[in-house]
Design a protein around this ligand. Structure first.
Ligand code: SF4
Ligand code: SF4
Length: 173
């Protein structure tokens, strides 16, 4: 496809910028009476009415992980090893353990959120629906090592978990 180039010629006489200034100011003035689309983050995080200019995160947003727990507060993870196996960023560290009844559990389970690419494969592959990516985005920290979430921290997250892409409902409707 040919690309059109528009050449703007500089005026060869002195021009007044008053007209352009007035035009710019008229746009500014007009905008003063239009509904505001800005919000006071972080006090305001999402507007309750997205149709009026607010926003909210998609339920399919893939952010910081959550490890779900059972009624006794224990991690649902059975240390099967599938999520570290499938993780393309190699950012899941799992050291499995086994209790006296032969039940497997994670002795160490860590996710380096800094290396994670938030693909969601770990959530998709988990047979126990234990590990999830979450609808969450506020991950600022003062040091890099704080981005390595251990089991306790993963289990204490409370944000909603992500609804992964469903091929039978590709638009999420
Ligand atoms: S979301 Fe993807 S990159 Fe991140 S921990 Fe899970 S599998 Fe690894
Ligand atoms: S896939 Fe699920 S059960 Fe298996 S190690 Fe990962 S979190 Fe644990």
């Amino acid at each position: 496809m040919a690309i059109g180039v528009k050449v703007l010629k500089r005026p060869d006489r002195d021009v007044s910028y008053v007209r352009a200034t007035l035009k710019g100011m008229s746009i500014t003035f007009k905008k003063m009476f239009e509904p505001k689309v800005t919000m006071q983050y972080p006090e305001e995080k999402s507007a309750p009415e997205p149709e009026r200019g607010g926003w909210s995160l998609s339920p399919r947003w893939r952010g910081t992980h959550r490890m779900l727990t059972d009624e006794q507060g224990r991690s649902k993870c059975v240390a099967c090893g599938l999520c570290p196996q499938i993780c393309p960023a190699n950012c899941i560290k799992l050291v499995p353990g086994e209790d006296e009844e032969g039940n497997r559990y994670p002795l160490i389970y860590e996710i380096d959120e800094f290396r994670c690419v938030f693909c969601g494969y770990c959530q998709e592959v988990c047979p126990e629906e234990a590990i999830h990516v979450g609808v969450h985005y506020e991950n600022a920290e003062y040091s890099r090592d704080r981005f390595v979430y251990d089991l306790e921290r993963l289990s204490s997250q409370t944000h909603p978990v992500s609804t992964l892409w469903d091929p039978s409902d590709p638009r999420g409707e």
